[in-house]
Write a protein that binds this ligand. Structure first.
Ligand SMILES: [Zn+2]
Length: 500
């Protein structure tokens, strides 16, 4: 289910730690990472058995696949949904006997040697070729790619040519069999990934091709599946019956369902309301701010309010007036978790949304400044945060609550000369010693702005907004995961720089 980097494994199949033709290596056997989709398990065990037909006593060394339920592994970015596996190469010792090492170790060019435990082990191109060839010939499942170091691929191809395999055929394998760019050489293991099976596609499994998630919108069985779910949804009478259908439509990223899901938000009956919000988020569909604000203002369910607030951050700054309505009422939701009570203060969260929406007008500032007097310290802190972000300057940092009229007066005179966000921000940056132009519109400005994404929130958000103006990419403003935002925007900036 889902993608290899964010998905899960449902009803995964276990790879036995030891089998007739394979062995999970000692180090990896303690990790419980020997689970994968049934298609992948069958493929590797079948490959290992085929090798053993030609080379009896062969054991394929297996490293990480996935955890029983999938999810993140500390050793890899992918491997989340049971469609990735790390295999160690077949090795031989000086006498030519097959050896399974205890753990992964890099093989040295040019002929793939490894010194371990006082022995010299060597890459075995014969068995590796039979295995890799078997994998790449498989139709179901289809192997998306196998990563291994170029010099090892070349050793394997030399052997294949000696067996009469035509060069053209070997070349045809190369797009799927390669050393990936920008990572360490795969000289200690090969990484194989299979594509979603046709059945799994209908349950929400998703391939990533060229960095983009693929939704099989034009596949007729996918379309039939979505149609059927929509029909079931319409026939269902209660929110209890509809909720799992909404969830499934979200997993399938069935954007056709967005109309009925948004419609369900107006009455916001649980558990459908929460399921619809999650499904819309999965589809990357943002309902109107007024719909979301009504949900947040009405629901008693903390998770529903949280999900709606998350979606609200994606609304355009033109809808800021709707969000301001959330500042008018004091509202706190609570939820008993296993070991603590979680609370959500709607005003506090609305301040965080307003800061990220970035609309800098007096009608936004006025209620925020008023909230600085709030008796709840969390609310006044959030209001101050939003003001700093919107002002794009560290102003009003040390104002007491006693002199409110004076504060508002000082604010008005500050606002009269600092209405333009960009020029205020560039002044802030110059005061901090950065060499930037007044309108932040030059290539050199982008170079200064990119590292600021990792800085404090008011610098980070304004740098992100300025970069959006400058390079025109479509990454949403996000300070909850600055590292990912920085990575995405840096990539955009690099390609923009090449063209300017
Ligand atoms: Zn891997």
């Amino acid at each position: 289910m889902g993608t290899v980097t964010s998905g899960h494994l449902i009803r995964g199949k276990e790879i036995p730690l030891v089998g007739p033709h394979h062995q999970v290596m000692e180090e990896h056997s303690k990790r419980r990472t020997n689970y994968a989709t049934s298609e992948l398990v069958d493929l590797i065990l079948g490959g290992a058995a085929l090798v053993a037909q030609a080379f009896p006593e062969s054991k394929l060394p297996v490293a990480n696949a996935a955890r029983p339920g999938g999810g993140n592994l500390p050793w890899s970015i992918s491997h989340n949904s049971g469609r990735d596996i790390d295999l160690v190469f077949y090795l031989v010792d000086e006498s030519g006997a097959s050896v399974v090492p205890r753990t992964m170790a890099p093989l040295a060019p040019p002929d793939g040697t490894l010194f371990t435990d006082g022995r010299t082990l060597r890459f075995d191109p014969r068995r590796t070729w039979i295995l890799v060839n078997h994998f790449l010939e498989s139709k179901t499942p289809e192997v998306q790619y196998i990563f291994m170091a170029d010099f090892l691929i070349e050793l394997m191809f030399q052997y294949a040519r000696s067996q009469g395999i035509a060069n053209a055929r070997l070349k045809a394998l190369r797009p799927r069999l390669r050393q990936p760019r920008g990572t360490l050489p795969h000289d200690d293991h090969m990484h194989m990934r299979i594509r979603c099976s046709p059945e799994d596609l209908l349950e929400g499994c998703r391939d990533i091709v060229n960095g983009r998630e693929i939704v099989p919108e034009f596949d007729s069985s996918y379309q039939r599946r979505v149609q059927r779910l929509l029909l079931l949804y319409k026939k269902a009478q209660t929110p209890q019956e509809r909720a799992p259908l909404a969830e499934m439509l979200g997993l399938l990223k069935a954007r056709k369902a967005r109309g009925i899901l948004i419609e369900s938000l107006s009455s916001c009956e649980e558990p459908l309301c929460l399921a619809s919000l999650r499904a819309l988020k999965a589809m990357e569909v943002t309902p109107s701010a007024s719909t979301l604000v009504a949900v947040i203002g009405g629901t008693e369910n903390l998770d529903t309010a949280k999900e709606a607030l998350r979606l609200l951050r994606g609304c355009s700054s033109g809808e800021t007036r709707e969000v301001l309505k959330l500042l008018a009422v004091e509202r706190t939701l609570t939820h008993e978790r296993a070991s603590f009570e979680e609370t959500l203060n709607v005003r506090e969260q609305a301040c965080f949304v307003l800061g990220q929406m970035g609309k800098r007008t007096r009608s936004t500032f006025k209620p925020l400044v008023a909230l600085l007097r709030s008796a709840d310290p969390k609310v006044s802190a959030a209001a101050l945060w939003a003001i700093r972000v919107l002002a794009a300057a560290p102003v009003f940092g040390d104002l007491g609550e006693d002199d409110f009229d004076g504060l508002w007066k000082r604010f008005k005179s500050w606002y009269a000369v600092n209405r333009n966000r960009t020029t205020t921000f560039s002044a802030t940056l110059r005061a901090l010693g950065h060499d930037v132009t007044r309108h932040l519109s030059q290539k050199g400005d982008a170079r200064v702005l990119v590292p600021l994404i990792l800085e404090e929130d008011y610098l980070s958000i304004n740098a992100q907004l300025a970069l959006q103006d400058l390079i025109g990419h479509r990454v949403p403003v996000d300070v909850f995961d600055k590292l990912s935002t920085h990575w995405l925007i840096r990539k955009e900036w690099k390609s923009w720089r090449r063209h300017h």
